[in-house]
Design a protein around this ligand. Structure first.
Ligand code: 4NP
Length: 150
């Protein structure tokens, strides 16, 4: 089974949004053999639920989400997952600080799969969860196309 881990700073806004949108996307397409999870680079929000801004946006879009508990990425996650996908360049740097080098080229920035590579801004600071959602959907659609072509 292919395993994908989405990562952001706090694991309460962007990476859980990516986790639940991607679960919904693959389910709708009848793809069952992907394990999807999310984690934080920081320890700041460990144990916390999804931010209400992300929850509201997922509800608005009719996307199911579970009883999320934020967790921090570990060195072991590098062995467990096939893809470790950060939301912005700073996440990539911070992921590497925790897991070490990336000899298997597992660590990627989400929008590097798209035609317009860029960071996904942190809605914790911008307050704009609509923009976060649009950027994440763009990245996930491109990532899913990538998976279909490997
Ligand atoms: P996220 O947003 O990385 O998209 O989950 C943040 C959540 C919490 C904090 C920063 C960003 N924080 O500083 O606690």
């Amino acid at each position: 089974m292919l395993k994908v881990l989405f990562v952001c700073l706090g694991n309460i806004c962007r990476s859980p949004m990516a986790e639940y949108i991607f679960k919904d996307m693959v389910k709708r397409q009848g793809i069952e053999q992907i394990y999807i999870d999310s984690a934080a680079t920081s320890s700041e929000e460990i144990g916390n639920n999804i931010h209400y801004g992300t929850r509201n946006k997922l509800k608005e879009m009719n996307i199911e989400y579970g009883n999320h508990l934020a967790r921090q990425i570990t060195k072991q996650d590098y062995e467990k997952f096939d893809y470790i996908i950060g939301m912005e360049e700073k996440n990539i740097k911070d992921i590497k600080k925790i897991v070490g080098k990336d000899p298997e080229n597992k660590i990627h920035r989400l929008l590097d799969f798209s035609k317009n590579p860029r960071d996904i801004a942190d809605p914790w600071y911008t307050g704009n969860f609509d923009k976060t959602y649009d950027d994440i959907v763009e990245g996930l659609s491109a990532f899913l196309e990538h998976l279909k072509n490997i």
